[in-house]
Design a protein around this ligand. Sequence first.
Ligand code: SAM
Length: 205
Amino acid sequence: MEGSCGKAYLTFTVNFLLKRFFIEKNSFFYAVDSNSSLIDECNKINLLLKYDNIDFVKDRTIQFVPKKEVDIVIGLHACDSATDEIIAKGIKCNAKFIIVVPCCQNQIRTELGEDHPLKFLTEFGLLRYRFSNMLTDGLRSQFLQYYGYTVELKEIVPKKVTPKNLIIIARRKRRKKENPLNKFKVLNEMFDLQPKILDYFPEYF
Ligand SMILES: C[S@@+](CC[C@H](N)C(=O)[O-])C[C@H]1O[C@@H](n2cnc3c(N)ncnc32)[C@H](O)[C@@H]1O
């Protein structure tokens, strides 16, 4: 499943590669976007390409309920907290892999107050911007770890191609720890934030 698929470059490409190199795999895709005109466009392209294994769905990622089991949830440059919806949906689907390349990280930046342990760093606009980006993705990664995933962060392309080049790769562990150390909570309390992802996990509190 791809959340915030836009024109679905990613879904079409991954589907093409799977069909070409893993012919025996019977893959099926959901590609979800909240913009109906983009979904219409994707359906037109899909007709030309004659793929019968992709469902394009107009919906918010968090609201979409897949009928089939979902193994992998992906998202490329989903704006701001739309990336949190993708991660949340992946956890709720118990996906084996959740892979996202975040876009802009505005929510945490606007919420970051003036009184926190790194306030002498974030008083500078540019550092506040860069640090908020890191903090957002650090919190997301710790949240995934808390929910039983092993997380790796990498760069997908050189920075000159796009500065939004960080990829979060989360793989579900076979065995979840009973009481994992909640590093998300520790990190979050340091900055007294209300990360968007918590909206989708009322049971977390
Ligand atoms: C920057 S575009 C990225 C599109 C595509 N993934 C790509 O890389 O070309 C972000 C997309 O997210 C969609 N979007 C924003 N919020 C969403 C949400 N909550 N649920 C689903 N789609 C959303 C927008 O309609 C837009 O198509």
